[in-house]
Design a protein around this ligand. Structure first.
Ligand SMILES: O=C(O)CCC(=O)C(=O)O
Length: 350
């Protein structure tokens, strides 16, 4: 299914032709409060529809999330949506969707007939793919089910500031224990990751691990070099009350999502599965749109009180009067565990 067909499927599902109670347009298109109210009332309808379809009791989900700092949503995406994301990933990897900084160094810019494996085997992760892919921007960052769930966990007003597309072919490292809110600070501790598996994620291929409940004290902990080639980026958490907690692996099927709190300690291990396989995942980060976003984009822009390169995902943006900016752009993650990495010397990213 290409992106046009996808849009059409969603249009049918989200209008009176299909599931009448899904919002008709994407929330980023809502600018007046009347339209926003429409989104919010659609959300309630959506909730009841979801509840009757899946017997969801939102208070159970909210309590679980509050207690553990994460929640697994099975089958968040349908199989054809996963397929669409994977074919989009190949096009991004070929350099067909636009310039991805760092890709030129590994010869992946403008490739036509490259085998999938040749394209993917070198890529750990692409940051901000939504900057080159309208499919990711319009269909997946603002996906109706993500909006539905986050409106319960974050609140009705939601914005997003980044996406990451992990490819993680066999042999690539994991990410050591860290807290996302250290890297992307919010003013109200509302940072939330939505980690969507595009392959079945297993212990062997480097699934996400979490320390349940480690988000609760809302403390950002110290970090120090981990000194391990198992992990990308230089540091891991130290001197936390959870240092001895090995955590639990979140093995999830493709299409399922792990929603996790920005203070939650989490990590992943290297992909130790057989050559030619991947552990692909799309990870988007969200926060309550009522919070300003004092994020310096990992040191790449001057300190700011409110980074405005955001996408309104649901409800209203109380800071809409500031307008938005175009600051971030797509880039290949610098792999710090790889000595000959062309990006070496750049800042390290989590
Ligand atoms: O997917 C992974 O391997 C790590 C993801 C992660 O740590 C994150 O999204 O913050």
């Amino acid at each position: 299914m290409d992106s046009k067909e996808f849009d059409e499927t969603y249009r049918r599902e989200t209008t009176s032709e299909g599931r009448a109670d899904y919002p008709k347009a994407k929330s980023s298109e809502y600018s007046t409060s009347k339209e926003c109210n429409m989104v919010n009332s659609s959300m309630s309808a959506l909730q009841s529809e979801f509840e009757s379809r899946h017997g969801v009791d939102w208070s159970i989900i909210e309590n679980e999330y509050e207690k553990n700092g994460y929640y697994i949503v099975e089958n968040l995406l349908k199989e054809e949506e996963v397929e669409l994301l994977l074919s989009e990933t190949i096009e991004i990897g070929r350099g067909k969707r636009g310039f991805v900084k760092g890709m030129e160094n590994i010869g992946n810019q403008n490739k036509n007939n490259e085998y999938e494996e040749d394209i993917f085997s070198q890529l750990l992760a692409i940051h901000h793919p939504h900057k080159v892919s309208s499919t990711i921007r319009n269909n997946f960052m603002t996906h109706p089910r993500i909006r539905e769930i986050l409106s319960h966990l974050i609140g009705p007003n939601i914005k997003s500031m980044q996406s990451m597309l992990f490819i993680k072919p066999a042999g690539k490292p994991g990410q050591a224990w860290h807290q996302d809110e250290y890297y992307i600070p919010t003013r109200d501790a509302s940072l939330t990751g939505v980690w969507i598996a595009l392959d079945d994620a297993t212990i062997e291929n480097g699934c996400l691990w979490v320390r349940p409940g480690s988000h609760k004290d809302k403390i950002i902990y110290e970090t120090a070099p981990h000194g391990s080639y198992d992990f990308d980026s230089g540091t891991h958490l130290i001197n936390t009350p959870n240092d001895n907690d090995e955590g639990i692996p979140c093995e999830v099927k493709r299409g399922s999502a792990i929603i996790f709190n920005g203070y939650l300690h989490h990590r992943s291990l290297p992909n130790r599965a057989r050559k030619g396989t991947y552990r692909r995942a799309l990870v988007n980060h969200y926060l309550n749109a009522n919070s300003m976003l004092p994020w310096d984009c990992d040191g790449t822009i001057s300190p700011t009180r409110d980074m405005r390169d955001i996408i309104l995902v649901n409800g209203i943006d109380p800071y809409a009067w500031k307008g938005t900016e175009n600051i971030t752009s797509a880039f290949l993650r610098a792999e710090t565990a790889k000595t000959n990495d062309p990006n070496r010397g750049n800042r390290q990213f989590f």
